[in-house]
Design a protein around this ligand. Structure first.
Ligand code: ADP
Length: 160
């Protein structure tokens, strides 16, 4: 049984994140998505909201679980008996930070390995930040996330 954790902010999830989750669910027996509580960034959605959004968006994938977590990804991996941390790589701009994180995590937890999934090309430009930025200025974000998430972003930004 190989379990992978996929940690991140997911504020909120985009088609890019959902693509990584779906593909990880094909490669690993079990995938636990970890929604980071103590993000230094001040998130648009609370951790409970981000967890609920992801639960609904992944309800059709049986071997995926969504949990909130705090602290180090390697501890989240160990708590969930995971051998692997999954991260997505979009472009070379992600690479330096992700490599540094993976190397740090290897020092902290040599028994947990990091696996990178390269993004599908159609989502290579996409980030939660870009999606929120477009939505803030009234742009159409329907190509960035499924309808439920689009509605949640609009409700949050336009209705407070
Ligand atoms: P973090 O704040 O930890 O970077 P994010 O929610 O922004 O959290 O991203 C979580 C993970 O998902 C990261 O590994 C990131 O590179 C990856 N990711 C984000 N957007 C995409 C995308 N469009 N395609 C593939 N991976 C992505």
């Amino acid at each position: 049984m190989i379990t992978a954790v996929y940690p991140g902010s997911f504020d909120p999830a985009t088609y890019g994140h959902l693509d990584v989750i779906r593909r990880a669910s094909l490669s690993f027996d079990s995938v636990v998505v970890g929604v980071l509580h103590n993000s230094a960034k001040s998130p648009l959605f609370s951790v409970e909201e981000r967890v609920n959004i992801l639960k609904k968006a992944t309800a059709n994938i049986p071997n995926v679980k969504i949990k909130a977590f705090d602290g180090l990804s390697v501890n989240f991996a160990r708590d969930n008996h995971a051998q692997v941390i999954v991260r997505g790589l979009r472009a070379v701009t992600d690479f330096e930070y992700e490599l540094q994180m993976a190397q740090t995590n290897r020092v902290l937890a040599p028994d947990v390995d990091t696996v990178f999934l390269t993004t599908s090309l159609e989502y290579a430009y996409l980030s939660s930040t870009i999606m929120k930025e477009v939505a803030r200025f009234g742009g159409d974000i329907s190509k960035f996330a499924p309808p439920q998430i689009v509605d949640a972003v609009k409700a949050k930004l336009y209705n407070g």
